[in-house]
Design a protein around this ligand. Structure first.
Ligand code: FAD
Ligand code: NAD
Length: 461
């Protein structure tokens, strides 16, 4: 068996692992990254990027198709055509560009990348099975960035017509109908895209509403749009068995058969915390996740964990931030993990952004709070773009000083997340945002106006 020694050994080349490797390499550490697949992990290869590419393509298709039926601003179309194989090919090219880019960045940072499957032997050594045989790697610091996989339902195991998000993103042909079990992030992002591409979609959500982690005000515009797209949304509903093109769904005391060619199961993701020999390390766990402290240290000295394998929220930007911070700490430059703002963005139609506390959580934590909403219906840019659904909402303390939470729902609000995060992270007060000149006409003005409203000084409503 070949042997190799390094300073930092990272298992997993997703957003957590590859960012950690790049920064550690930039800081002069001797880094080895082991990845069994392509660098980029779930996010670049079967998650964030391919899903956003498909969402974009579906949005373009639907816009052109709709214009054939109902021209907008005098602009019609002769109808949209779709070659789904070409759409998939284009999406795969986007993914390839990014994974190639990450490979180049790792090379530039002098990271040694080994393609193979790692199995941890102990806290300082790992055996990697590569195409050329086994390789033993010993290290000073071991970083676990093994990510997560789609969660399965026992009665709807993946395979055949039962699809995981990975399967759905790789479909060669569009099904005529699709039942989506789980109305969370993935179910609604992909469900909306497939509906826009002409698939008859039914969403089966166990909770009392779609995206149940957020409040009904925030999710109502998404529900309205789904209904307009012809998506059937069943809430308080449990999916049962699937056979011969019919999914049994229990809702209240009724059991209904939903006709579906395929079933997409999106009921969450499971951390890869027990495979890769990790179980043998007997690390302290946090539920199904590897337990870590604020410095990403596990219960074993010299062993760290970052990203999805460490817990919620399972988001790429959290994994990247942990990876970057850990690399700096390993290089002796560390600052503590001290973040106020962790944006969550759902790329539905319209999009949703949430930072900090939602109204109910803010009330529970602070008693009285101020809540101000500014609707896009009163925003010039939204009117000029003929898309006025949604609002920006600011939650602050009762005195109208500290901002506790910022949420928005509307067309393109994902791009407002940066400004919201900056305000929350910098500890901006309502007055700070209100005193900031926001460019006109932009959707960002709705943030400005919401803070003005919270201060009792609203101008445009
Ligand atoms: P991963 O990205 O899962 O990477 C882990 C890597 O470890 C994988 O490449 C795996 O092959 C490798 N690995 C595991 N075990 C071994 C082993 N034994 N040996 C070698 N290699 C191993 N998040 C967002 O923030 N925004 C989004 O828009 C978004 N959209 C998403 C859409 C979908 C459809 C999905 C499924 C997820 C989405 N996510 C999104 C979540 C995001 O992809 C994850 O939070 C992120 O990828 C986690 O990064 P990670 O580095 O922790 O793990
Ligand atoms: P999720 O947690 O977002 O949603 C799962 C949904 O399934 C929930 O609404 C839940 O109530 C429902 N559910 C659970 N069991 C059910 C059952 N038996 N029948 C019907 N409904 C059931 O999970 P996801 O959509 O699979 O996404 C996984 C994770 O990936 C997300 O939590 C998020 O961290 C990440 N992600 C993020 C983005 C983004 O940032 N835009 C996009 C996609 C995925």
């Amino acid at each position: 068996m070949q042997e190799l020694n390094c300073g930092v050994l990272i298992i997993g080349g997703g957003p957590g692992g590859y960012v950690c490797a790049i920064r550690a390499g930039q800081l002069g550490l001797d880094v080895v990254l082991v990845e069994q697949d392509r660098p980029g992990g779930t996010c670049l290869t079967v998650g964030c990027i391919p899903s956003k590419a498909l969402i974009h393509a579906a949005g373009e298709y639907e816009r052109i198709a709709t214009a054939a039926k109902a021209p907008v601003a005098g602009i019609g179309s002769l109808g949209a055509t779709l070659d789904f194989a070409q759409t998939q090919g284009w999406k795969d090219e986007v993914v390839a560009k990014l994974t190639t880019g990450v490979t180049g960045l790792l090379r530039k940072a002098k990271v040694r990348v080994i393609k193979g499957q790692a199995a941890v032997r102990d806290g300082k050594s790992v055996v990697v099975t590569t195409a050329d045989g086994e390789q033993m790697i010993t290290c000073e610091h071991l970083v676990l960035a093994t990510g997560s996989v789609p969660a399965e339902l026992a009665h709807l195991p993946f395979g055949g017509d039962i699809l995981s998000s990975t399967d759905a993103l790789a479909l060669a042909e569009l099904p005529g109908s699709l039942a989506v079990v789980g109305g969370g992030y993935i179910g609604l992002e992909l469900g909306t895209a497939f509906a826009k591409l002409g698939v008859l979609v039914t969403v089966v959500e166990a909770g009392p509403r779609i995206l149940p982690a957020w409040d009904a005000d925030l999710t109502a515009p998404v529900l309205r749009r789904l209904e307009k797209l012809g998506v059937r949304v069943m809430t308080g509903a449990q999916a049962g068995a699937f056979s011969e093109g019919s999914l049994q769904v229990r809702q209240g005391d009724q059991t209904i058969g939903i006709a579906a060619e395929k079933v997409l199961v999106t009921v969450g993701r499971r951390p890869r915390a027990q495979s890769a020999g990790l179980a043998a390390l007997q690390l302290a766990m946090d539920g199904p996740f590897i337990g870590v402290d604020s410095q990403c240290r596990t219960s074993m000295s010299g062993v760290y964990a970052i990203g999805d394998v460490t817990g919620e929220p399972m988001l790429a930007h959290r994994a990247m931030a942990q990876g970057e911070a850990l690399a700096e700490r390993l290089a002796g430059k560390g600052t503590p993990w001290d973040h106020r703002a962790m944006p969550a963005v759902c790329f539905t139609d319209p999009e949703i952004v949430s930072l900090g506390l939602l109204p109910e959580a803010a009330k529970a934590a602070h008693g009285e709070v101020r809540i101000a909403n500014f609707p896009f219906a009163a925003n010039g840019k939204a009117l000029a773009e003929e898309d006025i659904a949604g609002f920006v909402r600011v939650v602050s303390d009762a005195q109208g000083r500290e901002i506790l939470g910022i949420q928005a729902v509307g067309c393109g609000v994902s791009e407002l997340a940066a400004g919201f995060a900056l305000a929350l992270e910098m500890g901006a007060t309502l007055a700070d945002v209100a005193a900031t000149i926001h460019a006109h006409p932009t959707r960002g003005e709705a943030f400005h106006e919401a803070t003005l409203m919270a201060l009792g000084k609203g101008l445009h409503l």
